[in-house]
Design a protein around this ligand. Structure first.
Ligand code: GLN
Length: 552
């Protein structure tokens, strides 16, 4: 096991869920990366699903897809957006995957007749995976951060905490650090910050034999006064400088700055006996944040989807829009629109104030009619439009229905007997019977047509983008679509699958079979979102000018 030169940081959560372990891990990793360390982050999720690919987005939000085609937890999206380095399947482990490995070994007779148990077999497999990222990569990492999902005290987290205890015991505190994220609530009635939940949470960890080294204390909007820090330090057995305040942040991208002010990176490096190296150069992030917070204008984009009650279901799209809006110094307002709420009667009223429209990815029939109405509106009213995956497929159905007048046109996902399956199951998907991990997943090459809108956006004729789908545009209809003005501007060079479509004579009408939102980072804003936002803004300026002329 290659632990000698690598240091391990574990992030556990206490008191309650949703305190932001993922953002804490991503922000700390960013600070360490900017100090010159080679860092990565992995997430261990204590649920039994092999991966979140089969989960309804209402459960844990979006399923994030890595380059190598792993369906992973949405926190990996934060890791990539913050660190600007790709993650992979090995960066996301679930209890299901651990048990699957152990049970497969047991079936192969690899345990030599022993009783297979949580301790040591499951915990050993967890420990093996703590260091696995190093074995996959050529150069070992300097630091691997591991976020343990869930909250300390949960029954399903216990094997992870036990594995962590053993790991730390074996490799020593100078190689392995535990950061515990807790809540310090403010009681309005008495005007006090209360440390008891943090004390209890640390006690809970201690009952499993793990003493945290650093406590990051989330507060609503309060800073931690010295006496509170002293109290937490004393009752929880950590040094005072290792009590880090972490109040609510205006945006998630403020968190690295807030933690840097609290010297979290320095405390971490000192405890791991690592040199501080250079001061983290946050200048790019500073200018990004300043653009994000000081927009010169604002635009409203309607996001049409069927899981819009839970914004996390479209997390990467929302973050990509925010990042690329900031690049254009625009405040990006998202109007979340439930596709099932859209009807023939209300579509104009519901969409009329939008400057741009995104039809979101998705699975299944629910809400499709509303999505088709939104595409029709965007196409006819010349509203900038971006259709992602199912959004692109819906655009093709709409075009077939309203422009080509193909009777009964549909995707065979929604109507297996449609006379015009313009969206059809991919050849290699026909034999697939298992649900999990069997779609067309991950990065594929796409060749872009010259003189197209997307060629202008990417400034490139070969791109790589990530996928997650079973259905595709049916090539049999391509000629007919082209004859009516549809441009097929991106194609997979190996399989000929249609990757990008666009319309001429429209300010911006683009559909992508891939998901651009999975590869947009703070330091690498995505060219397609940039072009979309830019087109929206130019369109808006033109409209304003026209309105000005009319008014005068
Ligand atoms: N349901 C569609 C398919 O499987 C679209 C998937 C998606 O939007 N990610 O092809």
């Amino acid at each position: 096991m290659s632990v000698e030169n690598t240091k391990y940081i574990f992030v556990t959560g206490g008191v309650t869920s949703s305190l932001g372990k993922g953002i804490l891990a991503a922000s700390l990793a960013k600070l360490l990366q900017l100090r010159g360390y080679r860092v990565t982050i992995q997430k261990f999720d204590p649920y039994i699903n092999i991966d979140p690919g089969t989960l309804n987005p209402y459960e844990h939000g979006e399923c994030y897809v890595t380059k190598d085609g792993a369906e992973t937890d949405l926190d990996l999206g934060h890791y990539e957006r913050f660190l600007n380095v790709p993650t992979s399947q090995a960066n996301n482990v679930t209890t299901g995957r651990i048990y699957e490995t152990v049970i497969r070994r047991e079936r192969n007779g690899e345990y030599g007749g022993k009783t297979v148990q949580v301790i040591p077999h499951i915990t050993n497999e967890i420990i093996r995976r703590f260091t696995l990222l190093n074995e996959e990569e050529g150069t070992p990492y300097d630091i691997i951060l591991t976020e343990i999902g869930g909250t300390v005290g949960d029954i399903e987290s216990l094997p992870y905490i036990e594995a962590l205890r053993q790991f730390r015991y074996d490799y020593g505190p100078e190689h392995c650090l535990v950061i515990h994220l807790t809540l310090v609530p403010y009681l309005g009635a008495t005007g006090e910050l209360k440390t008891k939940p943090t004390q209890h949470s640390v006690k809970m960890l201690l009952t499993s034999g793990v003493q945290p080294d650093i406590l990051v204390c989330r507060t609503e909007n309060h800073s931690l006064p010295t006496d509170v820090r002293k109290k937490v330090a004393k009752f929880c057995n950590v040094t005072q400088e290792a009590v880090i305040e972490n109040p609510n942040a205006p945006t998630i991208y403020d968190v690295p700055f807030m933690l840097s002010k609290e010297r979290l990176d320095q405390v971490v490096l000192n405890q791991l006996s690592l040199p501080l190296k250079e001061e983290p150069d946050l200048s790019y992030w500073k200018s990004f944040l300043s653009r994000l917070k000081n927009p010169v204008d604002s635009i409203t984009i309607g996001l049409i989807g069927k899981y819009v009650e839970l914004h996390d279901a479209y997390l990467s799209i929302a973050e990509s829009l925010g990042i690329c809006g900031a690049e254009n110094e625009l405040d990006l307002h998202i109007k979340w629109i439930h596709s099932e709420d859209l009807t023939q009667e209300n579509v104009y009223r519901m969409l009329k104030d939008l400057d741009g429209i995104i039809v979101a990815p998705g699975f299944g029939m629910r809400g499709i009619e509303g999505k088709i109405l939104a595409v029709k509106y965007a196409r006819e009213e010349a509203v900038p439009f971006l259709g992602i995956c199912l959004g692109m497929q819906t655009a093709m159905i709409e075009f077939g229905k309203n422009v080509l007048k193909l009777e009964g046109v549909n995707s065979s996902e929604f109507d297996p007997d449609t006379p015009h399956p313009v969206i059809d199951i991919m050849e290699e998907q026909k034999q697939v019977s298992q649900m999990g991990g069997t779609m067309r997943l991950g990065e594929y090459e796409c060749v872009i047509k010259r003189n197209s809108l997307v060629h202008q956006a990417y400034q490139n004729n070969r791109i790589h983008e990530r996928h997650r789908h079973r259905y595709e545009f049916n090539g049999k209809y391509q000629k007919e679509y082209e004859a009516h003005g549809m441009v097929f501007s991106g194609t997979n060079p190996m399989s000929n699958l249609v990757e990008i479509i666009e319309l001429k004579d429209h300010p911006f009408f683009v559909g992508t079979q891939f998901h651009p939102e999975y590869s947009c980072t703070v330091e690498n804003p995505h060219p397609l979102f940039l072009a979309f936002i830019n087109a929206i803004y130019q369109n808006m300026l033109l409209q304003r000018e026209a309105e000005g002329v009319r008014a005068s």
